[in-house]
Write a protein that binds this ligand. Structure first.
Ligand code: GLN
Length: 479
């Protein structure tokens, strides 16, 4: 049975006998221990617990991005400032997974405080892309994506503020799903930009994303932005969807974006043809807002981050460097504790929120955010979904991109869903030159079930799967 555990969906793993579940846990644990030195996907590896709890995910191993709390584990956010911070409680998502019997096997690497797109900004070294170790896995949930892509865990959670679940999923050839804002509680997720942050699963198929989503979704009194009753979760399985007659909008401005790699574009266009053959009504629509999304995001997200990160002063949170006086101490704590990208965001955010510039930058960005959401909602009123490549490029080599702006532009296709609060999912399509390519389907806010059902039909047209699960690169198949 052993090797076949990589061929089972989460629902199937949870139905095995207790003895088999023990085997499953040691199988994945062994793989983590064997491969992590090459991938650096995990920052902390946890032991297999002595007893298993019952529940819908009983005995299913998983990993958490290291900005999500799990009592007793470290939560470092891949930052020196939190390198020895112990989680004092469980995040709501962690508690919900625990209640269903899922088994946490480790905490995964990320760009420091989830700020980045490559996992190169981790204070504990970059994670490698399982498809090519000389390339970035994407970010910021790069550790979670690499762990799932190499078959080290059947699923992992990540957080998505501007694309951090979907972009690494695309770069690593797995499924990454960002639910509608407000469906999954953020309590116990270390805040980056609270109006954009959302936790989501990384998995090897849409069915698995749904299985995990069902466990973590729902109102939480500790997160006032969560809602109940928006979607019907009584279904055990995803409702059947039909691609025939579906109205799918393809943003023509996304395809005209000069940073779009030709190879990604041609894979995407090929996939659209397959959709059209299945009867989907595909039309090109000019969104008109794409040129504003990166600028808007990089005003709002750093603004919120500069406020959220003020708590890391070495007094309330964080490592303390002793000093002569209070001011000096705070300065030193923050100077030595934060990496350059985090400092850049704090500076940017403090500047745009300062009274002299608030109207010119932050307030204006809020207005444009509204305009962007309105336009997306308008397109989603006339069409069922919006489809585009998840990222404009293939995963680059380490160190290939030097300047921050080029990195920021990589988020152009994923940011709109965060600004508008809509659900979006990245699924892998046929690879190019052995490298994964992802496409992103975005739907109406709270139409998450329709989104997942449709994405499930789209998976069937993709060459990235084997027996319904995203392929794992050959070199990780055997320990
Ligand atoms: N790459 C984006 C950023 O650096 C998104 C990060 C995220 O979604 N957490 O801010």
């Amino acid at each position: 049975m052993k090797g076949d555990f990589l061929d089972l969906k989460i629902a199937e793993l949870s139905k095995l006998s207790t003895d088999e579940k023990r085997e499953v846990l040691s199988f994945f644990h062994e793989r983590i221990v064997a491969f992590n030195s090459e991938l650096n996907a995990f920052l902390e590896i946890l032991p297999i617990p002595d007893s298993l709890s019952s529940g819908s995910l009983s005995g299913v191993p998983y990993a958490l991005k290291d900005n999500i709390l799990a009592r007793g584990t470290r939560t470092t956010c891949a930052s020196n400032i939190l390198k020895s911070y112990l989680s004092p409680y469980d995040a709501t998502v962690t508690a919900r997974l625990k209640n269903t019997g899922a088994v946490l096997l480790g905490k995964t690497n990320l760009d420091e405080f989830a700020m980045g797109s490559s996992t190169e900004k981790s204070a504990f070294g970059p994670t490698k892309n399982p498809w090519d170790l000389s390339r970035i896995p994407g970010g910021s949930s790069g550790g979670s994506a690499a762990a799932v892509a190499a078959g080290l865990v059947p699923f992992a959670l990540g957080s998505d503020t501007g694309g951090s679940v979907r972009q690494p999923a695309a770069f690593c050839g797995v499924v990454g799903y960002k639910p509608s804002y407000g469906l999954v509680p953020r309590y116990g997720l270390v805040a980056f930009a609270s109006s954009l942050d959302q936790i989501g699963p990384l998995t090897r198929c849409v069915d698995d994303a749904f299985t995990v989503f069902k466990t973590i979704v729902g109102r939480d009194i500790n997160d006032a932005t969560t809602v109940n009753g928006k979607i019907d979760l009584r279904a055990k399985e995803l409702p059947e969807a039909d691609l025939k007659g579906l109205k799918i909008a393809i943003p023509s401005d996304a395809l005209d974006f000069e940073g779009l790699d030709e190879r990604v574009k041609s894979r995407f266009l090929e996939f659209i043809e397959r959709l059209a053959e299945k009867g989907a009504e595909v039309s090109f629509v000019e969104l008109g807002i794409l040129k504003y999304v990166v600028a808007t995001y990089y005003l709002i997200a750093p603004g919120e981050a500069s406020s959220n990160l003020s708590r890391y002063d070495g007094v309330r949170y964080g490592e303390r460097v002793e000093s002569e006086n209070y001011e000096e101490m705070i300065k030193k704590n923050r100077d030595t504790g934060f990496g350059d990208e985090v400092k850049r965001r704090i500076l940017l955010g403090t500047f745009t929120l300062s009274s002299a510039y608030y109207d010119a930058y932050y307030r204006r960005a809020l207005k444009i955010r509204k305009m962007i959401s309105n336009r997306i909602n308008e397109v989603l009123h006339e069409h069922d979904f919006i489809l585009n490549p998840t990222t404009p490029t293939l995963p680059g080599k380490f160190g290939e991109i030097g300047d921050p702006l080029s990195y920021y532009l990589m988020d152009i296709y994923t940011i709109p869903a965060n600004l508008a609060g809509t659900p979006a999912i990245s699924i892998p399509v046929d690879p190019v030159d052995g490298l994964p390519v992802g496409i992103q389907l975005m739907g109406r806010r709270y139409a998450d079930l329709e989104l997942l059902s449709t994405a499930k039909q789209m998976e069937k047209l993709s060459g990235a799967y084997n027996n319904g699960l995203a392929k794992i690169p050959e070199r990780w198949l055997h320990v």
